[in-house]
Design a protein around this ligand. Structure first.
Ligand code: NAD
Length: 324
């Protein structure tokens, strides 16, 4: 081969995934198969597993658009990343609440975040490790990055589960149902029933009590199913991965392609919906190449606002007891 021109070593669409457990490797696979990034680096502490996953992914490249994939425990490999996705963490144990994982995962972020920012000072951080809202806050504090560049994967996947379950009841495709779950990713998430619609026809216009305790059609059982989903998947197969991987890959696409799509992700919400604490919670956000450019402030019912504020107060209390 005769070389005609040099090849750029830093790509505008480079992604690093830290943590190649069940969730991290599913995200990497999803990004790879969708041709979203031109370069991807995988980082973990388990060298052999990394090497095996790297080989396995690379051997599939002949079937896809080409991309460069590297892997190792040295963060120098992540240099020049436009986006760093963090899925490293201790896994939720059966019966364990997400908030119980806080200090164990905070300690892991103390190790990871400064190194990512050292090699990619202008990166956008996308935190997936649980408890995601708390850890997005911790990552923001540890990174020194502007708040619009630190994002938690938040309730994007909860909203997807919600839309899927609604779609089964309406018998239309999940993409044709609009509905949002905001607030904490987990047990205290808030379903915005006032925003559920198909083609602009609002569920609340058909049934004004939908989602409330007076509702005879029991729509709120769908929200309870959303909350139970993660626990149920862990009980049945050990870990949730595929929906999460797709959820994160669409967020990745929005950032790398500057699409300005709106997704429910975890962001700094002090001052939003009456929150008085410096916490991260999910609200619909516009995503693009600079991270979160705008937050969509939905018109919430008094009950929805109260639930959102309650999650903020709980998170703030846990946050103030963290050591980092
Ligand atoms: P896993 O145990 O399979 O993988 C975790 C990986 O992190 C392991 O490969 C481990 O070696 C790595 N790791 C640990 N410490 C590290 C460090 N200091 N540096 C680099 N790598 C390190 O777990 P999983 O099922 O892939 O889940 C990962 C995280 O994602 C967990 O916190 C889990 O609770 C969370 N999760 C979040 C969501 C969500 O919706 N936000 C959904 C599913 C899982």
């Amino acid at each position: 081969m005769q070389t005609k021109a040099s090849v750029d070593t830093v790509s505008g669409t480079k992604v690093t995934v830290v943590g190649v457990g069940q969730v991290g490797i599913s995200i990497a696979f999803s990004i790879m198969t969708q041709g979203i990034a031109s370069e991807m680096t995988l980082v973990d502490v388990m060298e052999d597993k990394l090497k095996g996953e790297l080989m396995d992914l690379q051997h599939g490249l002949t079937f896809l658009d080409n991309m460069k994939i590297t892997a190792g425990s040295d963060y120098a490999l992540s240099a020049g990343s436009k986006l760093c996705i963090v899925t490293a963490g201790a896994q939720m144990r059966e019966g364990e609440s997400r908030l119980d994982l806080d200090q164990r995962n905070t300690n892991i972020l103390k190790d990871i975040i400064p190194k990512l920012v050292q090699y990619s000072p202008d990166t956008i951080l996308l935190i997936v490790s649980d408890p995601v809202d708390l850890l997005a806050y911790v990552a923001w504090k540890l990174s020194g990055l502007p708040k619009e560049r630190v994002i938690g994967s938040g309730t994007n996947v909860d909203s997807s589960r919600f839309r899927f379950l609604l779609s089964e009841r309406f018998d239309v495709a999940p993409t044709s149902i609009h509905g949002w779950i905001i607030g904490e990713h987990g047990d205290s998430s808030v379903p915005v029933w006032s925003g559920v619609d198909v083609a602009g026809v609002r569920l609340r216009d058909l049934n004004p009590a939908a989602g409330t305790s007076e509702d005879t059609e029991n729509w709120n059982s769908i929200h309870r199913q959303v909350i139970q989903s993660a626990y149920e998947i862990i009980r049945l197969k050990g870990y949730p991965s595929w929906a999460m991987a797709l959820s994160v890959s669409v967020l990745t696409r929005a950032i790398l392609n500057n699409t300005r799509n709106v997704y429910a992700v975890s962001t700094f919400v002090e001052g939003i919906h009456g929150v008085q604490y410096p916490v991260f919670l999910s609200v619909p956000c516009v995503l693009g190449e600079n991270g979160i450019t705008d937050v969509i402030q939905q018109t919430l019912t008094e009950d929805e606002r109260t639930q959102f504020q309650k999650s903020a107060a709980t998170l703030n209390e846990v946050q103030s007891n963290l050591v980092f």
